[in-house]
Design a binder for this molecule. Structure first.
Ligand SMILES: [Zn+2]
Length: 458
């Protein structure tokens, strides 16, 4: 079967035959609220990890194990074909975003099935794609595809993977792999699959300024008293131009690796649609309306962002106080060759130069990622998506960050490919999150085709 094309009708009849079981298992996982951001869900994280390991075993994995870390556990499972065959590692995460949005039309952790659509938090990010890959692995094992398929299911992705590196380092000798497949990304549209090969990094920080002990009366002290909210606003305005987005921090752009001509060509051929982009994110207007410029900005350029400013009076009307403190929550999205530690140093130096009293507090960051978008694995991914969905994928970069990917690149030293199954309308990190049978069945077909190709590559 190595190197050949799988039989599409055989896979179609397989997917139809497992549909009920797939829905049942997805429902079971969605109903365990594995929210990693909130410590109140710690017991559900444990329960989710055990249920995930059970699911792997039940689908025929040769072994499945819940591996503890100093944070949340990682679930490892493997379908073993034999030591002489290549190994593919598939990464997904089983933790989810919180679900407090008022727009939910249902209980977020109650699984609901409606016309082939599956509602509930975590259905598309990332439990649905993970279970899709698992059902494809079961097909591969039952049909003699000569590939060892190992699953790594993380439970801290939504909080930046703080203990994933600890897990990888501890288990390194047993994690040797020929390649890695990540299924945790979004298509450009329902008609246009996307294979991202680059991710931005992230460096968040807090800027704090205290100039007094309590609220002061602006009539009695105003004019002489310093105003920390105003001073932080002044600092921010000297760190970047909010109109254009240009960053003024000295040295900020120095290490930026510009995208190659071939990459820009691939961006332009991606079918990115500015109107759909604005509608999907409910943006009323943008800093630029040139689609090429927008793609370069969101996929391949670094940013400075202000997420919030706290301090002073925020109730109804105007209370005329001079506030004693203020805090700005900021972050920088980083692109290849920029180093989060180094960029934080540049930010701190720039802030101190503008206002020496501002404290710059470091938050943990993520390095940017850049992988190949040509070569045998990229060809295999392109052909597999075409086989599964009858549509050609666009090779693009993604503006977000997946911390685990950088860790796997560093320690596993194997090529990484991204085949995501989520659609923009699936409500990723949003209310009424959903996944659908079309993406699940097409995804199983895609993965089987990819496994068949990977079995011939060593
Ligand atoms: Zn995700």
């Amino acid at each position: 079967m190595n190197g050949s094309t799988p039989d599409p009708r055989k896979i179609d009849s397989y997917t139809e035959s497992v549909r009920g079981r797939f829905e049942d298992r997805l429902g079971h996982m969605v109903e365990i609220p594995t929210v990693s951001m909130d410590p109140a869900y710690k017991a559900d994280i444990e329960r989710g990890a055990q249920a995930a390991a059970m699911l792997l075993r039940e689908c025929g994995a040769s072994y499945a194990e819940v591996v503890p870390t100093s944070g949340n556990p990682v679930v490892v499972g493997e379908f073993k074909a034999g030591n002489s065959y290549p190994t593919l590692t598939i990464y997904n995460h089983m933790d989810v975003q919180p679900a407090q949005e008022p727009e939910w039309k249902q209980e977020p952790f109650k699984f609901r099935k409606e016309d082939g659509r599956y509602f509930g938090r975590g259905s598309t990010d990332d439990k649905g794609p993970g279970i899709t890959a698992l059902f494809a692995a079961k097909y591969a094992a039952d049909n003699g595809i000569r590939l060892n398929i190992r699953f790594l299911w993380e439970l801290e992705e939504e909080i930046g993977s703080p203990h994933f590196e600890e897990f990888i380092k501890n288990r390194l000798p047993s994690l040797g792999t020929d390649s890695v497949l990540v299924s945790d990304t979004i298509w450009l549209s329902a008609e246009r699959p996307a294979i991202p090969y680059g991710l931005r990094g992230l460096k968040p920080a807090r800027l704090q300024l205290r100039t007094g002990g309590k609220d002061a009366h602006s009539g009695l002290t105003g004019g002489a008293a310093r105003n920390p909210v105003g001073e932080l606003a002044q600092v921010i305005s000297r760190l970047y131009d909010a109109g254009t987005g240009k960053v003024f921090i000295p040295g900020f752009y120095k290490d930026v690796a510009k995208p190659s001509a071939a990459e820009i060509k691939s961006f332009l051929a991606s079918g990115f649609n500015l109107k759909k982009f604005m509608t999907a994110h409910e943006l009323k207007s943008l800093r630029t309306t040139n689609p090429r410029e927008v793609m370069l900005r969101i996929w391949a350029s670094p940013t400075f962002e202000v997420h919030g400013i706290a301090g002073g009076y925020t109730g109804p009307g105007v209370k005329t106080v001079v506030p004693p403190w203020a805090e700005a929550k900021v972050s920088m999205r980083l692109v290849p060759k920029q180093d989060p530690k180094k960029v934080f140093g540049l930010l701190k130096a720039a802030v101190k130069k503008i206002n020496k009293d501002v404290e710059v507090i470091e938050e943990s960051g993520l390095a940017p990622y850049l992988g190949p978008f040509t070569g045998p694995y990229a060809d295999a991914a392109r052909e597999a998506v075409n086989f599964g969905f009858g549509a050609s994928p666009a090779f693009i970069r993604e503006g977000g960050s997946i911390g685990a990917v950088v860790t796997m690149q560093k320690h596993l030293k194997a090529p990484i490919m991204f085949i995501g199954l989520s659609l923009p309308e699936h409500g990723y990190h949003a209310p009424n999150e959903n996944y659908d049978w079309g993406q699940a069945s097409g995804g199983m077909k895609t993965f089987v085709a990819y496994f068949t190709r990977a079995a011939g590559m060593k």
